[in-house]
Design a protein around this ligand. Sequence first.
Ligand SMILES: C[S@@+](CC[C@H](N)C(=O)[O-])C[C@H]1O[C@@H](n2cnc3c(N)ncnc32)[C@H](O)[C@@H]1O
Length: 364
Amino acid sequence: MDLLNVLHMNATYRDCSYANSSTLQKYVMFKSEKVLQDAIEDYGANGFPECFNLADLGCSTGTNTFLFVANTLDSVHKACQKKNLKAPDEFQVFLNDLPNNDFNAVFKMAPPFCSKLENEKDLQRSLKCFICGVPGSFYTRLFPSKSLHFVHSSYSVHWLSQVPEKLVENKGNINIARASPPSVYEAYFNQFKRDFTTFLRMRSEEIIPDGRMVLTLLGRGVSDPNSEECCYIHELLAKSLQDLVAEGLLGEEDINSFNLPFYTPFTDELKTIIESESSFGIDKVETFEVKWDMRDQDEIIKSKENSGKFIAKTTRAVMESLLAYHFGNTFMDKIFERFAKHATEHLSREKSIYFNILVSLTKK
Ligand SMILES: C[S@@+](CC[C@H](N)C(=O)[O-])C[C@H]1O[C@@H](n2cnc3c(N)ncnc32)[C@H](O)[C@@H]1O
C-alpha cells in the first residue's frame, strides 16, 4: 500500500469527519498541556527569539489543529509574563501532514484564526502569526536545517511509514493480536525502530540546538506486546471484518492480506530508541490512561451502546481511508455497525483504556 498517498483522516465535508469525531484526541491534547507549557517555559528561560518558529507534525484538520497553535502561543506569552521577558513579535507556524490531508479546511480556518490573534484587546496583546501548510511524510526532511525552535506531534508517530514486510503468519489479524506469533511482533517492532530513528534523525537536523520537541503517542505500559493493552481495539475491528467473511461478503484472503501500519511501543522501547539515536536529551517521560469513551458522565446519557457507537465513530474517522482502499467503500457502513456492537459487548465485560506516552525532548 502506498501509505503516503492513501492515509488521511476523514475530510471535513464527510458525515463521519475527523473534525467532528476527534474529541478523544482533543482530550489527550488537554492532558498534555502542562508538559508543553513546561517545555516552552524552560526553552525561553533566557529569552525568546523575535520570530518563534514552531511545527505541528500530523496536524490533521479541524479545531484540534488550531487548538495546538493557540495553546503554544499562550504558553509562550505566559512564560514571558512570568519572567518579565520580551515576547516574540512574530510566530511562524508550520502545519504538516500527509498530502491527502484536508488542507483546504485547514487553510480556510487560518485567516480568521490569525486575525483574531491580532486583535485580542481583552488579553491586551496583538500577535502576528503566519501559517504555512507543509505536505509530506515526517519520515523525510520537511524543513531547512536549524530552522525550528519547537516541534510538537500528538497521536501521529505511532503510525508507521509502511506495513512491515513478512507478516504472512498473522492470519485473521490486522495488527499485533493476542494470538499473533512472535515473528509478527518482531516485524512490527523493527519497523517502528527504523521509522522512529529516522524521525529523530530528520528532526535533529531541522531543530536548532537547545530547541524542544514534545510528542504524545499511543503506547503500552507492559512489555508483553500480545497483551490486551496493546491493540485490542484492532482485534475488535478484525472481528468485525470476520463477520463479513461469515456472511460471504468478504473472503478470508481479504483479511489475511491486510495489516495496519500502526505500532504502540512499550515506554522502555521508546526511551531506548531515543537514547541510542542520541540527538535529543530526554527531559520528561509521562504516561497516562484515557478511557476508550472518555466523555464526561454528565455530558451524555452514557449507556454501553452509546459508548460503542462513539468508539466506532472515532475509529472510523481515523481508519476509514485505509479500510476503504483495501476492502472497498461499499463495506464501510457494515464494518462499523458490527464494530460498534463488538465494542459495546467488550465494554460490558472490561475496563478499556488507551495507554499514552508523553515525551519532552531537548535537541543537544
Ligand atoms: C489521529 S491524527 C492526529 C491529528 C492531530 N494531531 C490531533 O491530535 O487531533 C494522526 C495524523 O497523523 C498523520 N500522519 C500519519 N503518518 C504521517 C506521516 N508519516 N507524516 C505526516 N503525517 C502523518 C495522519 O495523516 C493524521 O492526520
